[in-house]
Write a protein that binds this ligand. Structure first.
Ligand code: ATP
Ligand code: MG
Length: 651
């Protein structure tokens, strides 16, 4: 194990070597500033269009945008066929790694065959462009094949995370009125098969009534468990899709043809069915994947650790990377099966060069200890990415030092299910990144940090009173909430209706250099004795203490201060729980790092935190606990049992 020296700068400029070979350079910002529409038209040229657009943007029906008006393309053709036609059929598209240790390499030609088979069979089932298909599958290749087959036929997919309950599936199937559900017999969970087809049946027969929209359930064999079966409705993939012809010609669809519906994580409320369309979405996912990850087709081995049930899996496993002819790793299982070495073994096995994950996992790796990654040759890694929540500087530095050999640039990418693609991020090779900052909007994207009235906040303002707004439409923006345009307008466009800005729901600040820091949800900003304090900053201070692995902070109503800060912390493996002494130390740490006003009123040591599938902390539920209320919507919570332990800690 080589000793790395701690590197504690405030800002990390790119090396000359990296910059020289980078896809991006500063001229992109200038080009986009000169003429936004022309800039986006140029990015759209990355794709194959069956028919070129007449107009780049039509914003006359705001807040519903039309991008690349009159253009026609096929999203799946762009992600698969054209690479084969360009002579790259033998390039591996997916290094698939199954949880039990089985693996499969799938070339672009094989992917084309499988997508064509699925498209032929879905057509045989009578599905037509515009119909909805629910996909409830673990991370098996057929899940990606299913998404692409839908895209190829103009079917709108709605991927539902396979960890969700039958109730959550049922709500989504009903909301979208899906005609088909694609699933697997079971899914691997730490060496055991968890039933999945059974969960589909439970969803479809819930409350004794069968949803009239679902005509068929298509089932992929994965874990070989017995499944309940309804003759006529249920179909085995291997008896149908796998027998279909591999010849299929992709038809063009309008640039605004619906591509998918995806429900948000639900960290701030009931999940919203976000609608995305084709041309603009694919343009921006392709563009961002190319520049933000500095992706070089045919050279890089890219790995995004997200699940396809999350928007990151849609944009940065399926559509962005495949449109850019990536060779990527897709892993089915959890990071600690059979043990905590799994991710690093996979990195070594495939020579992963670009690794994209969430801060929650980085903190988990920290908790497991640096000797684990240090036991592996990670020298292939040249770029690291982060998404999902603000990454605290402590985790950022650890990530760069331990996983990135003190050299790999980190891209901290801010975006949402609603934005469809990355919006704010450093550009590798150009930006001198600061640990914890999302830095600046990408070329072609325009954002501001404003106060309640919409006035720009001052640079260097320390109080957490800034709101992140997007003041110009962007190609991959959502086109609405499925079936609820009123909620779409009310949620995102009412707050700054006068200015016509998109309200992201996140708090943010600009530092003295004008760089942007995302501070977490506006709903999560606390008000203590009239001071606005961000949960992210208090959490970051707590995690800065060597004994704390993870922290979640909420504001609970307080008779004297308005709100009082309540913190829940998970300790590291090495930490000694000295009870009150430790709590006092942690309170002092926050007071020192931020201000005595930010000192938590209560700190509870807990074994787990309530999280969504994408690893986000459900603060609204912790607030319910802190204020002694009934829990709100828990349908997107990974493990509802965590609350027993959390309640016990407060007893
Ligand atoms: P809901 O909208 O239903 O409450 P959600 O917002 O958690 O759910 P997502 O779309 O998965 O659903 O998450 C987007 C949010 O994640 C952003 O609004 C932001 O709060 C957070 N986020 C994502 N990436 C970053 C980042 N790099 N830095 C800071 N925050 C981030
Ligand atoms: Mg959100």
């Amino acid at each position: 194990m080589t000793e790395t020296t701690a590197d504690h700068r405030d800002s990390y400029p790119p090396s000359a070597e990296f910059a020289a070979a980078a896809n991006a350079d500063a001229s992109l910002y200038r080009a986009a500033a000169d003429d936004r529409d022309a800039f986006w038209a140029e990015q759209a040229e990355r794709l194959h269009w069956h028919r070129k657009w007449d107009r780049v943007l039509d914003w006359s029906d705001a807040p519903v945008a039309k991008w690349f008006v009159g253009g026609e393309l096929n999203v799946a053709y762009n992600c698969v066929d054209r690479h084969v036609l360009d002579g790259h059929g033998d390039q591996v598209a997916i290094h698939w790694e199954g949880e039990p240790g089985d693996s499969r390499d799938i070339t672009y030609r094989q992917l084309l065959d499988e997508v064509s088979q699925a498209a032929n069979y879905l057509t045989e089932l009578g599905l037509e462009a515009g119909d909805r298909v629910a996909i409830y599958m673990p991370m098996v290749p057929e899940a990606i094949v299913s998404m692409l087959a839908c895209a190829r036929l103009g079917l709108t997919h709605s991927v539902v995370f396979a960890g969700f309950s039958p109730t959550a599936l049922r709500q989504r199937v009903d909301d979208a009125r899906a005609r088909l559900v694609i699933t697997t017999d079971g899914q691997w969970r730490r060496g055991k098969s968890a039933p999945l087809k059974e969960a589909v049946d439970e969803a479809l027969y819930a409350h004794g009534d069968v949803p009239h929209s679902v005509e068929h359930v298509l089932v992929v064999r994965r874990t070989n468990v017995e499944v309940p079966w309804t003759e006529g409705r249920d179909l085995w993939w291997h008896e149908t899709v796998a027998q279909a012809s591999t010849e299929h010609e992709a038809q063009p669809f309008d640039a605004e043809h619906p591509l998918f519906i995806l429900y948000t994580s639900g960290t701030t409320g009931k999940p919203k069915g976000i609608l995305h369309t084709s041309g603009g979405y694919l343009t921006q996912t392709s563009y961002t994947h190319h520049y933000v990850f500095d992706h070089k087709p045919g050279q890089d081995v890219y790995w995004c650790t997200a699940d396809i049930g999350w928007v990151t899996g849609h944009s940065y496993i399926v559509y962005g990377p495949l449109s850019n002819r990536a060779t990527q790793v897709v892993y089915e299982g959890t990071p600690n099966f059979p043990d905590e070495h799994r991710h690093w073994q996979i990195v070594e096995k495939y020579g992963v060069t670009i690794y994209y994950t969430a801060p929650t996992l980085v903190r988990t790796f920290m908790k497991w200890g640096r000797e684990i990654p240090a036991a592996h040759d990670l020298s292939s890694i040249r770029l690291l990415g982060s998404v999902g929540e603000p990454i605290n500087p402590e985790a950022w530095r650890w990530y760069r030092e331990v996983v990135g050999a003190n050299t790999a640039p980190i891209v901290d990418t801010w975006w949402q299910t609603e934005t469809g693609a990355i919006m704010i991020s450093p550009l590798p090779g150009v930006t001198a990144a600061k640990p914890g900052a999302a830095m600046t909007p990408l070329p072609g994207i325009s954002a501001q940090v404003v106060d309640e009235e919409g006035k720009p906040v001052q640079r260097g303002e320390t109080e957490a009173n800034g709101y992140l707004v997007l003041d110009q439409p962007w190609p991959s923006m959502l086109r609405g909430i499925w079936g609820d345009m009123e909620r779409y307008k009310a949620t995102y466009w009412e707050r700054y209706a006068e200015q016509g800005w998109y309200f992201a729901g996140d708090g943010a600040k600009l530092d003295a250099d004008g760089d942007l820091w995302v501070l977490g949800r506006v709903d999560d900003v606390m008000n203590v004795s009239g001071h606005r304090i961000s949960t992210a900053e208090v959490e970051s201070a707590l995690v800065g203490h060597s004994g704390v692995a993870e922290a979640a902070v909420v504001g609970a109503s307080d008779a004297t201060t308005g709100q009082g800060i309540v913190a829940f912390v998970i300790l590291t493996a090495e930490a000694k729980d000295t009870g009150e002494a430790l709590i006092d130390e942690l309170k002092a740490e926050v007071a020192r790092e931020i201000s005595p006003i930010a000192k938590p009123r209560e700190i509870h040591v807990v074994p787990e935190l309530p999280k969504t599938r994408s690893g986000k902390i459900m603060r609204r539920l912790l607030r319910d606990v802190a204020e002694g209320r009934e829990l709100g919507d828990t349908s997107t919570l990974v493990d509802p049992n965590v609350f027993e332990a959390i309640r016990a800690s407060r007893a």
